[in-house]
Design a binder for this molecule. Structure first.
Ligand SMILES: Cc1cc2nc3c(=O)[nH]c(=O)nc-3n(C[C@H](O)[C@H](O)[C@H](O)COP(=O)(O)OP(=O)(O)OC[C@H]3O[C@@H](n4cnc5c(N)ncnc54)[C@H](O)[C@@H]3O)c2cc1C
Length: 507
């Protein structure tokens, strides 16, 4: 193998030289006008790669007043917290990891979950391990367990979950009646835990047989208080040396919500809410699948082909929510995430003891909490994750009610074991579902869909009659197996930049 290396490098150099020769002598004479819609990770990836390849006639139109999209790191307390994408999931085959490994800024997240019961007792660590293992067995081919075999006829995670939960835990804890009772109550908590993987609203909508592929290695690498925004800084060459910043940052136009994209056989026209219009030879569209679902009837003229519409409708897109609290002092164990399992009796009591905030089918929003984790390198901050169909309503609730609800929960579960629990002095919440520029958090393979390869259909460019790519699609939901992630979004942005680079190398 080592003998081949110099040869491989030579071939790579020749390809690069030929591509650049064509770009300078052919394609870039034309320097096509390119519009990228959206300055999230995929848009920034596409823009930076095109820019570095001398495609300088490009603009990014961003609907928000900031860049980053679903990567939104905010200074809160002593460091940055992430309202959106937070962890780098894996080390092998993960483009985010590859881009930053030389800087040693990603840290391993430690500690398994501390699970408390609503009588204030800390449950044995084994219980969390058993629950987490069961959760993983819901997905085909992640684990080759007995549960997985028994669920082979089910297409949704929900069917498998309902069918297997009771039997699995009755068998596992057959000699311990107390544990069996607690575990029956843990079912509802575990539902939320699984929902958060996919950000779906119901387990019945999540496909067991998903095309998602995990990268090997630590799935929970954190940014040690620097925020996931670091990856945007790396792509824009603002990190590690700000003097190397790519000038493409000057071509990002903020507060430019695109309302119509007219694509036909001549140049595209892109119209914005502020009545400005931009012509472009090529458009790379990166807004979320949630935005596409909501606007597909009005955004494109002519309308999108049926196959694309089917992909947009049939890939799943839901929402989770974060509530992040800052305290005057640390009263928890900063190394441990916390999960809370309500007894059936305490679940009912919430409605009288803390009746504020959304309630659905007799269930308080507080029971939708999946866990609270101490923020990384930010000792006075706790981050709460909420999942399930009440998320859109929880987003609308006032900070006062959210904060008071979390405190009611902390005192109920942790009051016996933690001294000095104090009220927070600041709170921040995510609102991904309500924001029309996102309409949710990330995509997933839906159980209702029977068609293979929908992500590729979503990614397919719209071509002009002469074969020119008119509209291209990037963004996490267009990635065939890394959808839902930042690394998937970035790979998709590079894919679409390369499509244009290669196209102009050949024409
Ligand atoms: C709460 C949460 C937690 C997450 N956790 C993780 C995690 O731990 N690890 C991980 O890898 N991933 C995580 N993700 C997913 C990850 O953040 C996304 O997959 C990724 O950021 C998507 O990037 P994107 O470029 O595809 O889309 P986006 O980031 O959504 O970028 C699209 C851009 O388009 C803009 N836009 C939308 N509509 C218009 C319009 N009409 N006109 C102009 N601009 C428009 C938007 O404002 C946005 O800036 C999480 C996401 C959320 C929300």
């Amino acid at each position: 193998m080592s003998l081949l290396r110099p040869y491989e490098m030579l071939v790579k150099c020749i390809i690069l030289l030929v591509t650049n020769y064509f770009l300078y002598t052919h394609g870039l004479d034309k320097n096509p006008s390119i519009l990228i819609i959206g300055a999230g990770p995929s848009g920034i990836a596409a823009a930076s790669r095109l820019w570095k390849n001398k495609f300088t006639n490009l603009k990014i139109l961003e609907g928000e007043n900031r860049i980053g999209g679903r990567v939104h790191s905010v200074k809160f307390g002593d460091a940055y917290i992430d309202l959106g994408g937070e962890w780098c999931h894996g080390e092998k085959g993960n483009i985010v990891f590859d881009m930053v490994k030389q800087y040693d800024i990603l840290k391993h997240s430690s500690a398994s979950m501390h699970v408390y019961y609503s009588n204030g007792i800390l449950l044995d660590e084994e219980i969390y391990n058993d629950l987490a293992e069961f959760a993983e067995s819901m997905y085909e081919s992640l684990n080759n367990t007995e549960v997985e075999e028994k669920c082979s006829n089910f297409s949704s995670v929900g069917e498998c979950f309902d069918n297997q939960f009771n039997t699995t835990f009755a068998k596992l804890y057959q000699n311990n009646y107390n544990l069996q009772t607690i575990l029956a109550e843990a079912k509802s908590w575990l539902e939320g835990y699984v929902l958060a993987f996919d950000s779906a609203f119901t387990l019945y909508d999540i496909a067991r047989n998903s095309a998602y592929e995990e990268c090997e290695g630590d799935l929970g690498l954190n940014w040690n208080g620097r925020g996931y925004k670091t990856i945007l800084e790396v792509m824009l060459q603002q990190y590690p040396d700000p003097t190397q910043e790519l000038a493409v940052v000057n071509n990002i136009l903020l507060n430019k919500e695109v309302t119509r994209i007219i694509w036909n056989n001549s140049a595209n026209q892109v119209l914005c809410l502020d009545n400005t219009t931009y012509p472009a030879d090529h458009v790379i569209f990166t807004a979320s699948l949630g935005v596409l679902k909501a606007t597909l009837e009005s955004l494109f003229e002519p309308a999108l082909p049926d196959e694309k519409v089917r992909a947009i409708r049939n890939i799943g897109f839901g929402a989770i929510m974060k509530i992040i609290l800052h305290f005057p002092h640390t009263w928890w164990d900063t190394a441990q995430p916390y999960a809370f399992i309500w007894s059936a009796a305490d679940r009912k009591k919430i409605l009288t003891e803390f009746g504020k905030g959304p309630v659905r089918n007799g269930r308080s929003w507080l029971t939708e909490n999946t866990y609270f984790i101490p923020a990384d390198n930010n000792p006075k901050v706790l981050m709460g994750f909420f999942a399930g169909e009440m998320v859109p309503e929880i987003e609308q609730e006032s900070n006062e009610v959210l904060s008071a609800g979390c405190m009611y929960m902390f005192r109920k579960f942790l009051g016996k074991t933690h001294n000095n629990i104090t009220d927070p002095d600041d709170i921040i919440k995510s609102m991904w579902y309500s924001n029309p520029h996102f309409r949710g958090t990330y995509s997933y393979d839906s159980a209702k869909n029977t068609e293979q390869g929908l992500q590729n259909k979503l990614a397919a460019p719209l071509l002009r009659k002469n074969g020119d790519p008119a509209i291209q699609f990037a963004g996490e939901a267009t990635h065939p197996y890394h959808f839902s992630t930042v690394h998937g979004a970035i790979e998709s942005g590079y894919r679409e930049a390369d499509r244009l680079i290669h196209y102009y190398a050949q024409h």
